[in-house]
Design a protein around this ligand. Structure first.
Ligand code: PEP
Ligand code: MG
Length: 574
């Protein structure tokens, strides 16, 4: 009898679709004693030490595997696991519990892992909260190693179904899984980030997955729709196959032209840039067809470490990115911390409204000892390429004048000491309503604008970008935001300075052409979106997009704007 197909739903966290046999991974481990005799304490300490060494060795191998398949930045996720194993607050606490409380190594590992993950999970920052999953993953591996139960299952080609997918389930086997289904987790979980890099379709937040799926079931994971089909019908599999094939063909076509300029039908060149978070991603951005770097979020260089980087370290980072992209432009944004991006080692007073507080340039102007070395490193690195320096979270003209004065002062200081400095352009993120409204005034003070639609939207709509309760209001394509973008472009145009968009909207295939119609001439996005956006830009004309954009900004709300955009583009781009 043919089984009836069943649908489970969740959140698609990695796009694409795949169908294969399910392997349900449960986290059962053998029983172990909670305490040991005092005479056995040393033995337990040694057992823990040996297990740490073994897990470290495994992680080392897996890192090598990841860096060839996904990239250094993704392999760095496994490095975060190794950092836990070297962290005295984690491992040292286990050793203390064994020594002072006579706990078994297994009990100490479980207890300390639990306490650490609970502590991380309670933090307000989404990024740090997701690190709770990392410590659980590494703790689980350590426990298995302590118990001598280190057999890893080979999940190659399977749809892995688990309470929670961990990075260790994606690496170190003969190949990678076909798809992933998890009860818990979201887009920011490391496993989700890795799945996107490795191209494994994934759906997380499928609450009934463990109960509804059995080992050996055939599963279709649809990461685009956030759907999981158990025993999918032949018709569904065929329709999915056809959809994927059509997409591959479109991507192949776009990929073939990724390194060519994006010139519209009426002959206007739109620069398509990449957003990156690490210096070594510049190389990958270039291979993806980036005409430049439109946003290097320098704060990501500051995150996975325990102290401020000095001028020399920063100089090396920026030089690498500039050399990899030369002669193309590289826009490096100065440190943008605060808001949802705290730094563990930065002095930050608790704030009631961190998004309205001391973040971005505001932090730099208060903490000159942080901003100045960064600007000096940038001025020196500028010798090696085409550097544009951008400051985030600008609200007033006065802030811009102050930062320009610091740049000029440091240029003179460096030159006075015989240090070579390069030419830099100084620009601002337009991401506060004040900056957008005052764009005509600010345009006389700076060399370029880059509109940060992620933040501009939250401030214009008064809807926190990370708050699910107001997600319906957080619409970067709301006419209120689009009108401001058009106004900023007009102000920039009158002053003759370039204007780009580096928020997520720029890489959205529906809105990228509309942004061109609003007057944007540079779009910056995740490298994987570049080829497709270039292809789209080539198929439209600025004049048609301008007409469309003019109509869209008169829509009463975001939904109407979206309908108008979708209908018009469907007609223009069959
Ligand atoms: C933005 O605000 O649109 C932006 C690009 O910066 P971030 O997302 O880093 O705040
Ligand atoms: Mg921003």
């Amino acid at each position: 009898m043919v089984e009836q197909e069943r649908l489970l739903t969740g959140q698609g966290v990695s796009p694409g679709a795949a169908w294969a046999t399910a392997r349900v991974v449960r986290r059962a481990v053998q029983a172990y004693p909670a305490t040991v005799e005092p005479a056995q304490v040393n033995e337990e300490l040694e057992r823990l030490q040996a297990a740490i060494a073994w897990v470290n060795e495994q992680l080392e191998r897996q890192k090598a595997w990841m860096s060839t398949r996904a990239g250094e930045a993704d392999a760095a996720i496994l490095e975060a696991h190794q950092m836990f194993l070297a962290d005295p607050a984690y491992v040292g606490e286990m050793q203390r519990r064994i020594r002072e409380e006579n706990l078994s190594a297994a009990e100490a590992c479980v207890g300390v892992t639990h306490a650490t993950s609970e502590m991380l999970a309670a933090l307000p920052d989404e990024y740090l909260r997701a690190r709770a999953d990392d410590v659980r993953d590494v703790g689980e591996r350590l426990l298995r190693a302590v118990l001598g139960d280190e057999q890893d299952q080979d999940l190659t080609g399977m749809v892995v179904v688990a309470e929670e997918i961990t990075p260790s389930m994606l690496t170190g086997h003969t190949g990678q899984p076909a798809g992933l289904v998890a009860v818990r987790g979201n887009r920011t979980a490391h496993a989700a980030i890795l799945a996107r890099s490795l191209g494994i379709p994934a759906v997380f937040g499928v609450t009934d997955a463990i109960d509804a799926i059995a080992d050996g079931d055939t599963i279709l994971v649809d990461g685009d729709a956030g759907e999981v089909w158990v025993s999918p019908s032949q018709t569904r599999v065929e329709a999915t196959r056809a959809r994927l094939e059509a997409r591959h063909q479109r991507q192949r076509r776009a990929q073939q032209h990724a390194h060519e300029a994006a010139v519209t039908q009426d002959g206007i060149t739109i620069e398509v840039f990449a957003n990156i978070g690490q210096s070594d991603e510049a190389e990958r951005a270039r291979s993806a067809g980036a005409d430049g770097i439109g946003l290097m979020r320098s704060e990501f260089l500051y995150i996975d470490r325990s102290r401020w980087p000095d001028e020399e370290e920063q100089y090396a980072w920026y030089r690498l990115a500039l050399q990899q992209m030369a002669p193309r432009p590289v826009i490096i944004r100065t440190l943008d911390i605060g808001g949802d991006k705290p730094l563990p080692y930065a002095a930050m007073a608790p704030e009631d409204n961190p998004f309205l507080g001391v973040r971005g340039l505001r932090y730099g102007l208060v903490h000159r000892d942080v901003l100045t070395p960064q600007l000096r490193a940038l001025l020196r690195a500028a010798v090696h390429g085409n550097l544009w320096v951008m400051v985030p979270m600008v609200t007033t003209v006065d802030e811009v004048r102050t930062v320009r004065a610091i740049v000029e002062e440091e240029r003179l200081n460096l030159q006075a000491h015989g240090v070579q400095v390069g030419e830099v352009r100084l620009g601002i993120m337009v991401e506060t309503p004040a900056a957008a409204v005052m764009a005509d005034v600010l345009a006389r003070e700076v060399d370029f604008f880059s509109i940060g639609t992620n933040d501009l939207t939250q401030y214009v709509m008064a809807a926190d970008r990370g708050n699910a309760g107001v997600a319906h209001l957080y619409a970067p394509h709301h006419p209120a935001v689009l009108r401001l973008i058009r106004q900023v472009c007009q102000a920039a145009d009158r002053q003759g300075i370039p204007v780009g968009v580096c928020g997520e909207l720029a890489g959205d295939p529906l809105w990228a052409p509309i942004l061109v119609g609003l007057g944007v001439r540079e779009l910056s996005m995740v490298p994987s979106a570049i080829a497709q956006v270039k292809e789209l830009v080539r198929s439209v004309s600025v004049s048609a997009m301008r007409e469309l954009a003019d109509a869209i900004v008169t829509s009463p709300d975001a939904a109407a704007a979206e309908t108008l955009a979708k209908d018009a583009l469907a007609r223009l781009l069959p």
